[in-house]
Write a protein that binds this ligand. Structure first.
Ligand code: RIB
Ligand code: CA
Length: 320
C-alpha cells in the first residue's frame, strides 16, 4: 500500500457484542484494508455476556487472519440496569453455527474504555470514527471518564434504535438501545456527529437464500463460516417476520463507511426514553420535523440492498 493511500484510510474503532451480524460487519471491515485502518476492537456485553463476546471477537479476528489486531474487553453490564442478552437469537455462544476452535490470541491489556479515551487523545482531532454494533455502554463510560474526547471524534456510526419500524426486543425498543438506554441517552446528547442505522434500514437487508448461496460460492473458510453463522442466526427472525432470510443489522455500519451512496436518510432529532416501563429504550425520532429539537443524528431509512450484499460478498471474498 503506498503512503498516500495509507494516509487516506479511515481510522476506526469497532465496538461490538458478537453476534453473527457483528461478525459480518467485522469481516467486511477486515476485507477493506485499503479504505479502513482498524485501530482496535472494543468489546461489550450484549448479545451474550462479556466472557463470550470477547472470546467471539478473538475468534473472528483469527478467522480473518488478523490475530495481530488489538482487542479490548469492556463493560460487562449496562450503566444502571441488569444485562439482558439474546441467546434466543444468537445461540448460547453468541456465534452459534460453525464449529469454532479455542481462540489462541490474547486480549490486549487494559480496559476498552481506556483504549477509546487514549486513542482519541493520541490521534489527530477529527480523524477517528467510532463504529458501534452493540449496546453503547463503553462509549458512554468513555464520555463520562473524559468528556473532552467528544469534540475529537470524527463520527459515530451506530447500529441501533428504530422509529416507524418499532422495536425488536419490545414493541418499541431495538435491542442495543434497550440493553443500555442510559448509555444511548448519553451518546445522543453528547454532541458528536452521529450516523444512525435503525431497524428501519436494517430490516431492508435480508439474508435471502440466493444471497447466502453467493457467499457460499466464494468457497473460502471465512465465507463458509459466515454461511454457517447466517444459517443459525436467520432462523429466529425468518420465522418471526415470515421473511426469506433475516435482517443483517450490523454490517450496514461498515457499508456506510465504504459506500455512503447506498443509503438515504435525513438529519433529525433523536431522543431516548429512559423512564417509562412501557417504552424504555425507544428512540424517539422526529422524522417529520414537528419539533424544534436540535438535529443530533443523520438517521438512515433506505438502502440499496442489492448493492449492499454485492459489497458484503465482495469484501468477505477477499478474506482467505
Ligand atoms: O437489534 C439488533 C442489534 O442487536 C444487532 O447489533 C445485534 O447484533 C444485537 O447486538
Ligand atoms: Ca451487535
Amino acid at each position: 500500500m503506498n503512503e498516500l493511500r495509507k494516509s487516506e484510510r479511515r481510522k476506526i474503532i469497532i465496538d461490538t457484542d458478537p453476534g453473527q451480524d457483528d461478525a459480518a460487519a467485522i469481516m467486511m471491515a477486515f476485507g477493506s484494508p485499503d479504505e479502513l485502518d482498524i485501530l482496535g476492537l472494543t468489546v461489550v456485553a450484549g448479545n451474550v455476556p462479556l466472557a463470550m463476546t470477547e472470546r467471539n471477537a478473538r475468534l473472528l479476528a483469527e478467522l480473518c487472519g488478523r490475530p495481530d489486531i488489538a482487542i479490548y474487553a469492556g463493560a460487562d453490564a449496562p450503566l444502571k440496569r441488569p444485562l439482558v442478552t439474546a441467546e434466543h437469537v444468537h445461540g448460547k455462544t453468541g456465534l452459534d453455527g460453525p464449529d469454532w476452535p479455542e481462540p489462541q490470541m490474547q486480549l490486549a491489556p487494559g480496559h476498552a474504555v481506556d483504549f477509546i479515551v487514549e486513542t482519541l487523545k493520541r490521534e489527530a482531532p477529527g480523524t477517528v470514527t467510532l463504529c458501534t454494533l452493540g449496546p453503547l455502554t463503553n462509549i458512554a463510560l468513555a464520555f463520562q471518564k473524559a468528556p473532552e474526547i467528544v469534540p475529537l471524534i470524527r463520527e459515530i456510526v451506530m447500529m441501533g434504535g428504530g422509529f416507524f419500524e418499532g422495536g425488536n426486543i419490545t414493541p418499541t425498543a431495538e435491542f442495543n438501545v434497550f440493553v443500555d438506554p442510559e448509555a444511548a441517552d448519553i451518546v445522543f446528547r453528547a454532541g458528536a456527529p452521529i450516523v444512525m442505522m435503525p431497524l428501519d434500514v436494517t430490516h431492508k437487508v435480508l439474508t435471502h437464500k440466493a444471497r447466502v448461496e453467493k457467499l457460499r460460492a466464494l468457497g473460502t473458510k471465512p465465507a463458509q463460516a459466515m454461511v454457517a453463522m447466517l444459517q443459525f442466526f436467520e432462523r429466529f427472525d425468518a420465522e418471526k417476520y415470515g421473511s426469506d432470510g433475516a435482517p443483517l443489522h450490523d454490517p450496514t455500519v461498515i457499508a456506510y463507511l465504504l459506500r455512503p451512496d447506498l443509503f438515504k436518510g435525513r438529519r433529525c432529532n433523536v431522543e431516548v426514553e429512559v423512564t417509562s416501563p412501557l417504552t424504555v429504550g425507544m428512540t424517539v425520532v422526529d422524522w417529520w420535523q414537528v419539533t424544534d429539537r436540535k438535529h443530533n443524528a443523520l438517521v438512515m431509512r433506505d438502502i440499496d440492498d442489492d448493492g449492499f450484499f454485492a459489497l458484503l460478498t465482495e469484501r468477505i471474498g477477499r478474506l482467505q
